[in-house]
Design a protein around this ligand. Structure first.
Ligand code: PEP
Length: 264
């Protein structure tokens, strides 16, 4: 089965509801979405309703994602958001395991597994982020780290839910303003570890799971990552925080991906 191309951004703790809705409206009005492609935008929780009110037409609706969720259906979890609350806001996707959540909020693989199962169980898409730190890389255990995150994070996922799953490989040392851009040569071996891990977990169906790359991606390097055989899209921060930057990076990425499909 051919995997789709995915491209999207996470606004992190930036933007008011009006700012997110304006971005989404302008993006939806401007971007040309290629066939077999899904775009997504992940604003703060407080922007979800305003962005979804802008709407869009299936099958080319730009997916709207949440940055996190709690695993429990309800209860005494002050400050948290449940899956049913996200369903009521009609979100399309939930980002789980971003490096900032793992680092600053101490999210563990076991907790992420509970979140993955809760989200998939409700029929929502998951974007699970995995990636090694600079220290883990320096010890030569980047592949082992990512494989552990993947195998614990996806433990118990039922094969019939795989169509809702996508993985983002984001080396922690490459993301954000202090990050060092990775090269395709850095990304390829870890992407192939992720692919092998998916196959190990789900057999041949593991080949259907899209793997996105994220970390200091911009229009100048986007196509070099998407030309890799195991990379099916991009998860972009800073470079996609303007509509022009989003579109330019998406176009560069899909160009590399289409070239890979032609020559690969
Ligand atoms: C990120 O923080 O997930 C990310 C990909 O950021 P950037 O593209 O800005 O490096």
């Amino acid at each position: 089965m051919a995997r789709p191309f995915l491209f999207g951004t996470n606004f992190k703790m930036n933007q008011t509801p009006v700012e997110s809705a304006t971005f989404y409206r302008e993006l939806a009005a401007t971007v040309q979405i290629s066939p077999d492609t899904h775009l997504f935008v992940i604003p703060p929780f407080t922007s979800l309703s305003a962005v979804n009110d802008v709407g869009g037409q299936p099958p080319h609706k730009i997916w709207v994602g949440a940055q996190n969720v709690h695993w429990a259906p309800s209860g005494a979890y002050t400050g948290e958001i449940s899956v049913s609350m996200l369903l009521a806001l009609e979100v399309d996707l939930v980002l789980l395991g971003h490096a900032e959540r793992r680092r600053d909020f101490h999210e563990t693989d076991d907790e992420l597994n509970r979140k993955v199962l809760a989200v998939l169980g409700a029929g929502l898409r998951v974007l699970l982020a995995v990636g090694e730190t600079a220290e883990e890389r320096s010890f030569g255990v980047g592949g082992e780290t990512v494989l552990r995150q993947l195998k614990i994070g996806l433990h118990g996922v039922e094969p019939e839910r795989l169509n809702l799953l996508q993985i983002a490989y984001e080396p922690v040392w490459s993301i954000g303003a202090g990050g060092t851009p990775a090269s395709p040569g850095d990304v390829e071996p870890i992407a192939s570890v992720i692919r092998a891990g998916c196959q190990d977990l789900f057999g041949g169906s593991g080949d259907e799971i899209p793997i996105l790359y994220g970390g200091s991606v911009d229009p100048s390097n986007a196509g070099t990552f998407t030309a890799l055989p195991d990379i099916d899209g991009l998860f972009v921060g800073r470079a996609a925080w303007t509509v022009e930057g989003f579109i330019a990076t998406y176009q560069a990425g899909i160009h590399g991906w289409e070239g890979d499909r032609v020559t690969g």
